[in-house]
Write a protein that binds this ligand. Structure first.
Ligand SMILES: *[C@@H]1O[C@H](CO)[C@@H](O)[C@H](O)[C@H]1NC(C)=O
Ligand SMILES: *[C@@H]1O[C@H](CO)[C@@H](O)[C@H](O)[C@H]1NC(C)=O
Ligand SMILES: *[C@@H]1O[C@H](CO)[C@@H](O)[C@H](O)[C@H]1NC(C)=O
Ligand SMILES: *[C@@H]1O[C@H](CO)[C@@H](O)[C@H](O)[C@H]1NC(C)=O
Ligand SMILES: *[C@@H]1O[C@H](CO)[C@@H](O)[C@H](O)[C@H]1NC(C)=O
Ligand SMILES: *[C@@H]1O[C@H](CO)[C@@H](O)[C@H](O)[C@H]1NC(C)=O
Length: 253
C-alpha cells in the first residue's frame, strides 16, 4: 500500500479503522540514551497487541500486533491513554534507564525486520504532532507506579508551518520509506527533579471524524540523574486519561 499525499494518508486513516487495515502503524519500542539505541522493548513497556501475529499469518516472534495504534474509540478516555494497551504486564521485565538531566534521548519506532513486514511500519507514518511527557513515581519506585499521577510535557514536535509537521518533513520521498523519519530526539530538561519516572511518548494522527484519530503511545522507564532545582508549575500538569476528550476541536485536522 503506497501513499502519495497527505490527502491519501487521511483516507488511509479512515480505512485503518477496520481491523484488517491496521498494518501501517508504528510502535516507539526503542529508547535512545547517550547516543545509543538500547534495543526493542528493553526500557520501553511492551504493550499487548490487539490481534496476535497469527492473524497476519506471521510467526509469534513478529511484533506486528504491537504496531497497532489505539483509536480514540478504543480508549483515549480510558487508562489505555496512559501507556498504551495493557503495558503493566511487562513492568517486571522492563529495565530502568539511567539518564542524565540535560542530555539528549530519543524514541525510535520498530523497524521492518522487527515487525516482519517491509515498508510502512518503520516510520512516523501519518502526519501529526509528537510529544513526550514525564510522571514522577511515588516513593521513587517506578516499578510500582501505574501513571495515575501528574504528567508534564518535556518535548513537543508540533507544526513547522501551516502545511508541515516538524517531525514529518523528513518524509522526503513518499516511495522510499528509508527517507521517512523514525526517531524523535529531545532533551531531558537540565533541572528536572532526580528520580524514577515513566516517560511517555505520544504520536497523534488527528482526524476530522470522531473516533478515528489515532494514538500511538509508549512509555519508557527512566531514572533521571542530576541536581534538580525546578518543578513544573501546577498549571502545566496533566493526567492520562483526562487530558483529551473526543469532542476537542483541536484534535481535528
Ligand atoms: C537521534 O539521535 C541518534 C543518536 O542517539 C542519531 O543517530 C539519530 O540520527 C538522531 N535522529 C534524528 C532524527 O535526529
Ligand atoms: C484498550 O484498547 C483495547 C484494544 O482496542 C480494548 O480492547 C480495551 O478494552 C481498551 N481498554 C480500556 C480500558 O478501554
Ligand atoms: C511482578 O513482580 C512483583 C514483585 O516481585 C510480583 O508480585 C508480581 O506478581 C509480578 N507481576 C507479574 C505480572 O509478573
Ligand atoms: C548514560 O551516561 C551516563 C553518564 O555517563 C551514565 O551514568 C548512564 O548510566 C548512561 N545511561 C545508559 C542507559 O547507558
Ligand atoms: C532492525 O532491528 C533489528 C533487531 O533489533 C536489528 O538487528 C537491525 O539491525 C535493525 N535494522 C536496521 C536497518 O536498523
Ligand atoms: C513548510 O515547510 C516545508 C518544509 O520546509 C516546505 O516544503 C513548505 O513549502 C512550507 N510551507 C509553507 C506554507 O511555508
Amino acid at each position: 500500500m503506497k501513499v502519495t499525499s497527505k490527502a491519501a494518508a487521511g483516507l488511509l486513516g479512515l480505512l485503518c479503522s477496520q481491523a484488517v487495515e491496521v498494518h501501517a502503524h508504528m510502535s516507539a519500542a526503542h529508547l535512545l540514551v547517550n547516543g545509543s539505541d538500547l534495543g526493542q522493548f528493553t526500557y520501553v513497556l511492551k504493550t499487548t497487541p490487539a490481534v496476535p501475529p497469527s492473524y497476519y499469518s506471521l510467526p509469534e516472534t513478529s511484533l506486528v500486533g504491537h504496531t497497532i495504534p489505539q483509536y480514540d474509540n478504543e480508549g483515549i478516555i480510558t487508562t489505555n491513554a496512559t501507556c498504551g494497551i495493557s503495558p503493566w504486564h511487562s513492568m517486571n521485565t522492563t529495565k530502568i534507564a539511567d539518564v542524565v538531566a540535560g542530555s539528549e534521548v530519543g524514541f525510535r519506532v520498530l523497524n521492518d525486520t522487527e515487525v516482519g513486514f517491509s515498508g510502512q511500519f518503520a516510520a512516523f507514518y501519518h502526519p501529526g504532532p509528537a510529544s513526550v511527557w514525564l510522571s514522577k513515581a511515588p516513593n521513587n519506585n517506578v516499578k510500582a507506579y501505574r501513571g495515575e499521577g501528574d504528567w508534564f510535557k518535556i518535548a513537543y514536535a508540533g507544526p513547522l508551518n501551516d502545511t508541515t509537521w516538524s517531525n514529518y518533513q523528513q518524509r522526503l520521498n513518499p516511495y522510499d520509506y528509508s527517507t521517512w523519519q523514525d526517531t524523535l530526539n529531545f532533551t531531558i530538561p537540565k533541572r528536572t527533579p532526580p528520580g524514577e519516572y515513566l516517560m511517555r511518548f505520544e504520536y497523534l494522527y488527528p482526524n476530522s471524524h470522531i473516533g478515528y484519530s489515532q494514538w500511538n503511545i509508549n512509555c519508557a522507564l527512566v531514572n533521571i540523574m542530576g541536581p534538580g532545582g525546578s518543578e513544573p508549575p501546577a498549571s502545566a500538569l496533566a493526567k492520562f486519561p483526562g487530558t483529551y476528550n473526543r469532542e476537542d476541536a483541536s484534535k481535528l485536522t
